[in-house]
Design a protein around this ligand. Structure first.
Ligand SMILES: [Zn+2]
Length: 361
């Protein structure tokens, strides 16, 4: 039986225990990009309801939004916003009784200082509590030559490892765009030997050899996955690419049949059988930002369409009806939260993590 963990943010050995449980149990955790307490609390609520552990992450834009679009210094706002969200999760996750991996999403070369600002916050937190603020960060230098990508990942991982933190790297480019970082799809992208949209196992081996002795890392591999949701048919999803990378590392370096911990970006809009196939090849994390954004907005739009006069008048001019109880932000924001809960419950079912929380009761 898998060891139980204290509920809350998991780092270090606890993080590794949770990853191992995912891979051994053949399930993955949803990773949701949150932008404020509404989306964040809705994720905790769903995780508690479904008894699933969960990954909470912020993009650089989400972190900036969390601190407030009016905060004058964008760099400081990105650091402080993500720090504030992490502190919120440290305070509340245990209350919801689930384990949370606290993470940040894509950071390209320009955003490395953002990640380093957050590492400083984790170093301070580690000095005080023995735990970092975040479980892991991502560097996405996939648009650079492999050597440069790995040099920088190695440099950052050297700072993360002593804190018990992991690094997510990207090899090959996820199609589409995430918060201004991304790759526009072009004709010919769907060819299987396209090294951009389909991660090559030899590149994964190079990453393994460069990083494995430094610290723990995970790989966002490209197998035709695309950020955002588009009409189908643009790019073919080839989960077998994940299997090929696992097989190569396993054969030449050992570590069992799934030595790599893989991350599935652009999970929104993906058919359940393809999600499950990807998970069977060692995916422990699937990002589902776009579908969550739509679930939140769609639920609120439905509520507003059902009560149009309440969002136009404080008191109805025709019948003097006061609408305070409908336009109160808690009412319609809560509707949005429930939209997130419903969609995330589906994702948790697709990923097989329902009922699998390692959090001790
Ligand atoms: Zn992504």
């Amino acid at each position: 039986m898998t060891k139980k963990l204290r509920p809350g943010v998991v780092t270090g050995e606890e993080y590794l225990t949770l990853l191992a449980a995912c891979k051994e149990g053949g399930y993955a955790l949803p990773a949701v990009n949150i932008v404020g307490t509404n989306s964040l609390n809705a994720v905790l609520e769903t995780a508690a309801k479904a008894k699933s552990d969960v990954i909470i992450q912020l993009s650089n834009g989400g972190a900036r939004f969390y601190a407030g679009e009016g905060a004058p210094d964008a760099h400081r706002a990105r650091v402080l916003g993500a720090t504030s969200a992490a502190q919120h999760v440290h305070l509340l996750a245990a209350e919801y009784g689930v384990c949370v991996i606290m993470h940040t999403d894509h950071a390209n070369r320009k955003l490395v200082p953002w990640v380093e600002g957050l590492i400083e916050k984790s170093e301070e937190h580690f000095k005080k509590t023995g735990k970092p603020l975040f479980s892991s960060h991502m560097l996405d230098l996939s648009s650079e030559p492999l050597e440069q990508n790995l040099d920088e990942c190695a440099r950052v991982l050297k700072r993360l490892a002593p804190l018990g933190m992991s690094l997510e790297i990207e090899l090959g480019v996820t199609g589409g765009e995430e918060d201004g970082i991304g790759h526009e799809l072009k004709e010919g992208d769907a060819d299987a030997d396209n090294a951009h949209l389909y991660t090559q196992p030899k590149d994964v081996l190079a990453a393994y050899d460069r990083l494995n002795d430094i610290g723990h890392f995970t790989v966002a591999a490209s197998f035709g996955n695309v950020h955002g949701v588009y009409a189908p048919g643009n790019v073919k999803l080839r989960p077998e690419i994940l299997k090929n990378s696992q097989k190569l590392i396993s054969e030449v370096r050992g570590g069992g049949d799934k030595p790599l911990s893989l991350v599935f970006h652009g999970g929104s809009g993906t058919a359940t059988h393809l999600i499950q196939e990807a998970v069977s090849y060692g995916v422990f994390k699937m990002n589902i930002d776009t579908d969550m954004q739509f679930a939140f907005a769609h639920a609120i739009a439905g509520n507003m369409e059902a009560n149009p006069r309440a969002f136009k008048y404080q008191v109805d001019p025709d019948n003097a009806k006061p609408y305070k109880s409908t336009y109160d932000p808690r009412k319609w924001l809560r509707v949005g939260e429930l939209g997130v809960v419903a969609r995330l419950e589906e994702a948790i079912a697709d990923l097989g993590s329902k009922g699998k929380s390692l959090a001790a009761a």
